[in-house]
Design a protein around this ligand. Structure first.
Ligand code: HEC
Ligand SMILES: [Cu+2]
Length: 417
């Protein structure tokens, strides 16, 4: 609480914290008493207690704690400020509560009938009315000022180092790294299956029960991360208490929020908008790592993506190349050359075209790589070697074209400069 200026404030906060501590201690000692009395009853009870103790749940760092009474420990500036604000409001409300009720009870006691107090008979009082208008007004302003400051700061998503889109699905999260280091990485994050089974069996276990996912959202420490939220089906909400973020994810809309993690570690949250029967099964795990570890992670992910992409040295059989080529044609060529391959107007027909039927495959490869006639036929070098090879195979063996030629990705690769 480095923001407090008044010693009075500190005193109240300290008493508040002490009260919480005393409460926790009492609770613990009650529990211990109970367990002791039970254990001494019979040895069978004692052994059961030992068994339970072996499965005791501990605090989950960056997640919920056992007997937690307060917010999660803050891991971002905004979360810290939200926390201070919360304490400030609590103290303010407590002071008002005590003051108002003190006056009230004092008045009731002091002016009670049994001491023969005569009721006052005045009706209106300008002074009182002005006071009870002005004082609450000042109090409201006092509350609104710091709250607005923090609210505005938490909405300022400009100048982000990294932008990630979080998409809510029933019931999982999709993460797309949109801008910044790691751009292009995309994956789905779902609840660990073992946890679902534990839940189905009604046997919860572990400190991270229903919070463990297969793929965590990995982000670098100390960097401003903008999270764009949206959803694919119903409204979800992306929230991580330690980072001080909570933002609805609405289908058809994009909203955003941001955080800058102050320390490395694992931070847990959950979907916070009731979204259906498995609402409790879409946890959020943000893994904050050092800048170096983040770069390493990005490299590894990029390698995985590359490995998944087509192997350009693969040798394709006619049948497979045709199937693949049909898809590429449908996605990229059909709008101009038509499904019939006849083209239209200035768009030349591919059915029966000399360049397509030519025994020299490089002729058509060059048309696709470079385009033709001032790019009225656009260049397609952004397609992969496999895709270009397949679509050429398709044009060479479809409609009335029956060349039997198969173009291999390696041949396309060889023609690229
Ligand atoms: C934006 C429209 C457009 C798209 C999309 C398009 N083409 Fe073309 N294509 C043309 C036009 C126009 C020509 C004729 C260029 C010229 O006049 O020389 C042409 C010519 C060709 C030729 C040469 C034909 C010849 O006889 O010279 C081939 C081969 C060809 N396209 C293949 C493809 C393939 C394969 C695709 C999909 C990957 C594709 N085109 C997508 C417009 C398009
Ligand atoms: Cu949800």
């Amino acid at each position: 609480m480095q923001h407090c200026e008044f010693p009075f404030f500190v005193t109240v906060v300290v008493s508040f914290e002490t009260w919480k501590l005393v409460k926790t201690m009492k609770r613990i000692s009650k529990k211990l008493d109970f367990l002791q009395s039970q254990a001494s009853k019979a040895s069978i009870w004692a052994s059961a207690w030992v068994a339970t103790a072996a499965h005791a749940v501990n605090d989950l760092p960056g997640g919920p704690a056992v007997n937690q009474l307060d917010f999660h420990p803050a891991a971002s500036k905004i979360a810290e400020e939200q926390h201070s604000l919360h304490v400030f409001m609590m103290v303010l409300c407590t002071v008002i509560f005590v003051a108002v009720f003190a006056v009230m009870f004092y008045s009731i006691w002091k002016h009670r009938k049994s001491v023969g107090h005569k009721p006052a008979t005045f009706h209106e009082s300008m002074t009182v009315e002005i006071i009870w208008t002005i004082v609450p007004f000042i109090i409201v302003i006092l509350m609104a000022l710091p709250a607005t400051k923090i609210l505005v700061a938490s909405k300022d998503t400009t100048n982000a180092d990294l932008t990630v889109k979080a998409t809510g699905y029933q019931w999982k999260w999709g993460y797309d790294y949109i801008k910044g280091e790691g751009e292009g990485i995309a994956f789905i994050s779902t609840l660990d299956n073992a946890h679902r089974e534990m839940s189905n069996a009604g046997k919860p276990a572990g400190d991270d029960y229903l919070l463990k996912v297969d793929n965590a959202l990995v982000v670098p420490v100390g960097k401003k991360v903008r999270v764009i939220t949206t959803a694919n089906d119903v409204i979800h909400a992306f929230a991580v208490p330690s980072l001080g973020i909570k933002q609805d994810a609405i289908p058809g809309f994009v909203r955003d929020t941001w955080f800058r993690a102050e320390r490395v570690g694992d931070f847990h949250g959950q979907c916070q908008e009731l979204c259906g029967k498995e609402h409790a099964y879409m946890p959020i795990h943000v893994k904050v790592v050092s800048a170096e570890d983040y770069t390493k992670w990005v490299d590894a992910e990029k390698k995985k993506i590359a490995a998944k992409a087509d192997d350009p040295s693969k040798v394709w059989a006619l049948e497979d190349s045709l199937k693949r080529g049909e898809k590429v044609y449908a996605a990229n060529c059909v709008a101009c050359h038509q499904a019939t391959g006849k083209g239209a107007g200035a768009i030349k027909a591919l059915d029966g075209a000399a360049v397509v039927l030519d025994a020299d495959k490089t002729k058509q490869i060059m048309v696709l790589l470079n385009g033709q006639n001032n790019q009225t036929m656009p260049a397609w070098k952004q397609l992969s070697d496999t895709e270009i090879a397949a679509v050429i195979t398709f044009t060479k063996n479809n409609w009335s074209n029956k060349t039997g030629q198969v173009v291999q990705p390696a041949e396309v690769l060889a023609s690229r400069k």
